[in-house]
Design a protein around this ligand. Sequence first.
Ligand code: ADP
Ligand code: MG
Length: 233
Amino acid sequence: MAYIEFRDVKKVYKTGSVDLFALNGADFIIEKGELCIIVGQSGAGKTTLLNIMGGMDRLSSGQVFLDGREISALKENDLALYRRNDVGFVFQFYNLIPNLTAYENIEMASQLVKEPMDCEKLLRDVGLTERKNNFPSQLSGGEQQRIAIARAIAKNPKLLLCDEPTGALDYQTGKAVLKLLQDLSLKNGMTVVIITHNTALTAMADRVIRLKNGVVSSNVVNPNPVSIDLIEW
Ligand SMILES: Nc1ncnc2c1ncn2[C@@H]1O[C@H](COP(=O)(O)OP(=O)(O)O)[C@@H](O)[C@H]1O
Ligand SMILES: [Mg+2]
């Protein structure tokens, strides 16, 4: 069995009399330690898929497995523990807590779990030791996103899920954030899933999943992923 498996996953939204299938039989696998990029047009179901993978949303039918465990069968309590212990989330607009410093944002996440990462080291890894005592409003977008990534991995999660993590960043800053995500996969063996609009980024991934109208149209392993430093768009 693969590390992550989606089996015939459907997600239906009832809008008035019409059923909208955000996911309409999504099937795919992702292996442990891979950097996986999910691409697809707006409305293809990418966010829905990531939210289901992260236990933030429930499917209508089908099955989802992570590390041999059926996530889709968990009761509310166990799903909350799954979210808390196993999943790190990075959002487009960072979602840092405004009245906590950079360090405190990371520390708060680390306090949720039994075996957190060292917060000082995380700050160093994202290159922001000097900004430790700054509040989010005192940081640039790229710096805020690097703090958000440090916060997401402070729990030492099994899975790092990123929904358009560079969507609000300029070119160079976006590249630095992607470099950090690629390093996490390469050096720490973390399983990282990134949603993006930018098809140029697929060259950096170990696996590329294309989503179209709620189904997976292709799932391709890339034998020679390229360093983000070598990708231009
Ligand atoms: N809470 C919701 N209620 C109704 N429709 C939704 C809801 N969330 C998403 N959708 C619809 O499901 C489809 C897939 O959405 P989404 O997963 O956000 O796509 P993507 O992230 O690829 O842009 C879209 O048509 C969207 O309008
Ligand atoms: Mg989306």
